[in-house]
Design a protein around this ligand. Structure first.
Ligand code: FES
Length: 359
């Protein structure tokens, strides 16, 4: 497996989707096509330097694997340092873009009946999933419930309309608005428990029958929708959503265990294997993680969220022992196989060898 890495990509197009959302398309040069191949639902991380600070933000891919270029949807949040920068971006600008990551996946192939639940900019990965499934699986169906405040805040509106016209019998689209009255009462309000139950009673969605239910939007909406889907009969393994911050907000950082404190006090030598090359650096500060120590030593390891959520820093423990502060992304089988998250790993032995190339 090739570890995630950044490459400079040039912006080929910028399109205003709404007053505060833009779709940015990057050119992917022929020699990087394989590196940027993705499964619908994945995201990329963009890195910028602001006042000597390394800022990273993850954005879901809204294009399909067949499109020319790779597009992301960016909602510009008032006061957000990255958002202010995103507003200035134009054709020809070059940004550091990480190769696609993420486990919110809708692989194409077969026959499916998918339900997509999106709110606001959560539509971004759904565009990729809906377009890819409808074009690539001639018998599959997609039902999309898309919630916004008003019709002006609907991203990709014309593309969604075109999709509806093109796949009349296989694509069902409902716009739900909570600050603008629509004639059909079912379409007014929020995408909450009541609304999802009402859509189920109306026979528009079938939580117990869909092959996959993909949910993307603000975190409370995703947590509520996923719980409602389970209550309405959806099997847990059919429900897909990806959190970028821990449920309930970031927990206080746990102090290092006595073993980790002792190892750091004595000084640990960490060795990483990345892109086939071995590099060493010291870790000698109590409570410090492998990722933090590597950055202090000037070594670039792959990372994005630094919160145990995204899995970009996943690596395998080859030698030594360690503890993880928190983990929201590694599956039980990965923990059993010896994988860890570098952004959350504190060594508990004198040496620790981590392989970022391990698949
Ligand atoms: S950087 Fe996201 S889990 Fe470590």
């Amino acid at each position: 497996m090739v570890a995630p890495r950044f490459h400079p990509l040039t912006i080929a197009a910028v399109r205003e989707e709404t007053a505060d959302a833009r779709c940015i398309t990057f050119t992917v040069p022929p020699d990087l096509r394989d590196a940027y191949a993705f499964v619908p639902g994945q995201y990329v991380t963009i890195r910028i330097d602001r006042a000597c600070e390394d800022l990273r933000r993850s954005y879901s891919i809204c294009s399909t694997p067949e499109d020319d270029g790779l597009s992301v949807g960016v909602r510009c949040i008032a006061g957000g340092s990255f958002s202010a920068f995103a507003r200035t971006l134009d054709v020809g600008d070059v940004l550091d873009v990480m190769t696609p990551q993420g486990r919110f996946l809708a692989p194409i192939g077969g026959v499916h009946d998918y339900l997509l639940l999106a709110a606001g900019s959560g539509i971004t990965p759904m565009m990729s999933i809906a377009r890819s499934v409808l074009a690539g699986e001639s018998k599959s169906r997609v039902t999309l419930l898309y919630a916004n405040r008003t019709s002006d805040s609907i991203m990709f509106r014309d593309k969604l309309d075109a999709l509806k016209d093109r796949y009349l019998t296989r694509f069902s689209l409902s716009h739900i608005l909570d600050e603008e009255q629509q004639e059909v009462e079912l379409l007014n309000g929020r995408l909450d428990r009541q609304k999802l139950s009402a859509f189920t009673r109306a026979g528009i969605i079938h939580p117990d029958r869909h092959d996959g239910i993909y949910i993307c939007g603000p975190q409370p909406m995703m947590e509520e929708a996923s719980s409602v889907m389970r209550d309405l009969g959806a099997a847990p393994d059919k429900i897909h959503f990806e959190l970028f911050t821990p449920p309930g907000g970031p927990p206080p950082v746990a102090s290092a265990s006595p073993a980790a404190s002792e190892a750091a006090a004595e000084g640990v030598v960490v060795e990483v294997i990345l892109d086939g090359t071995r590099r060493r650096f010291p870790l000698d500060q109590t409570g410090e993680t492998v990722l933090a120590a590597a950055r202090r030593a000037g070594l670039e390891l792959p990372y994005s969220c630094t919160a145990g959520m995204c899995c970009t820093c996943r690596c395998k423990i080859v030698d030594g022992t360690s503890e993880m502060i928190q983990n929201y992304s590694l599956e039980p089988w990965e923990l059993k196989a010896g994988y860890t998250l570098a952004c959350q790993t504190r060594p508990t032995s004198k040496t620790l060898v981590l392989d970022f190339d391990a698949s």
